[in-house]
Ligand binder design. Sequence first.
Ligand code: PLP
Length: 386
Amino acid sequence: MKTFFPINQFQSLKTPFYYYDTSLLRETIDCINKEAKKYEKFCVHYAIKSNANPKILSIINEGGLGADCVSGGEIRAALNAGFPNDKIVFAGVGKTDWEIDLGLNNNISCFNVESIPEIEVINDLATAKNKIANVAFRINPNVGAHTHANITTGLAENKFGISMEDVDKVIDLTLGMKNVKFVGLHFHIGSQILDMNDFIALCNRINELQEKLYARQIIVNSINVGGGLGVDYQYPDRQSIPDFATYFATYHKHLRLRPKQTLHFELGRSVVAQCGSLISRVVFVKQGTHKQFVILDAGMTDLIRPALYQAYHKIENITSEEPIETYDVVGPICESSDVFGKAIDINKTHRGDLIAIRSAGAYGEIMASQYNCRELPKGYMSEELI
Ligand code: PLP
C-alpha cells in the first residue's frame, strides 16, 4: 500500500509536522491481530515508547492491543488513551517510587523487574498498600541482535535485566516475599531486527531456562519476548506492513510453551514506523564547494534517529517531478550531526518545496526536543485532513 500525501491540505499547515496515515496504521493492527490470533496463547502489547501521540494510542487501543510502558508518564498516557489496567505492563531499569505507586494504585497487570533492589522496593511499596504486585523478571539472555549497537539490549554488557546466572537467586528471594507474586519471564534483545535467527536464538535461551526452572517445578504463567521486529526503511512502500506472519510463526515453531502459558509480545516500531512521515519545507537550496545542500525547516530536534543512530530514512520531494539531482539533506540546527542524509537522489529541489522523510512514525515525534528553543512538531492524522 503506497502512502498518499494530501499535498493541497499540507500547503496550509505550518511545517515541520508529522503526518500519520491512519488507514495504514489500522491495516497494520488488523494484520497483527489476524496473524497473532492463529495461535491461541499469543497476546500482543504495543510499546508506547515508540509513539505516544494520543490519537495513535487511541487507535491502537481500539485495535485491542495491550500497552507496554517504561515510565509513569507512559502509564498515564496508556490510561488516558483508554487501555484497560489489566493490559498494562511496566518495564524499565530505574522505576522510581512514585512510578511504582502509580502502577500499584492502578492495579496494572505486571511489573517487569530488572534487579534485586527493585523487587525489594516493589514488595515494600505493595506491603504499605496491602496489595500483591504481579512481577515478571526481565532476564538478560546474553543474545546479540544484528542491529545497531545502541539498540541491542540483550547482551551481558548492557544495563538491562537480570543475568541468567542470577535467576535462581532472584526467584528464591521473591518466593520468600509476601507482597509480590512471581508470574512471568520477560526478555527484549533489541530493536530493528530483521534476521529471524536472532529471535530463534532467544527462543533457544528461553527453552533452556524453562527446562532449568521446570527441574525446580517452577512454571510461570507468561513469557514475554519483548519487541524488536524491524521495518524496511529503504523501501517503505514495498512492504509497508511488516511480515508478522513469519515473525509469529518463528516463535510458534521455536519456543516451547508449557501448558496454560501465554506468550506476550511488545511491538513498537513494527506497528507505527511506516504510517508516519515527517513533512518539512525547504528553506534554502545552497551550493557548497563540492556539493549541493537542501536545507529543511525540520532538524534533528524533530527526528533525531539519523543523528543518534546514523539511521537511514527515505527522503522524497513530494512537490517536484523535475529530473533527479544529488543533495545532502540537512536541518537548520547548530550541530554538524544535523543531517538527514548525504548524497541523496531526489527530484530537483527549490525553496518552498515539501519534503517527506519516510518511516518516521516510530521513535520520531516522541523523541522530539526543543533544543535551539524550537517548537515541538505537531502530529496530524490522515483522517483529519480529508
Ligand atoms: N519492550 C522493551 C522492553 C523495549 O525496551 C522496547 C524498545 O526498546 C520495546 C519493547 C519495543 O521495541 P521495538 O520498537 O523494536 O518493537
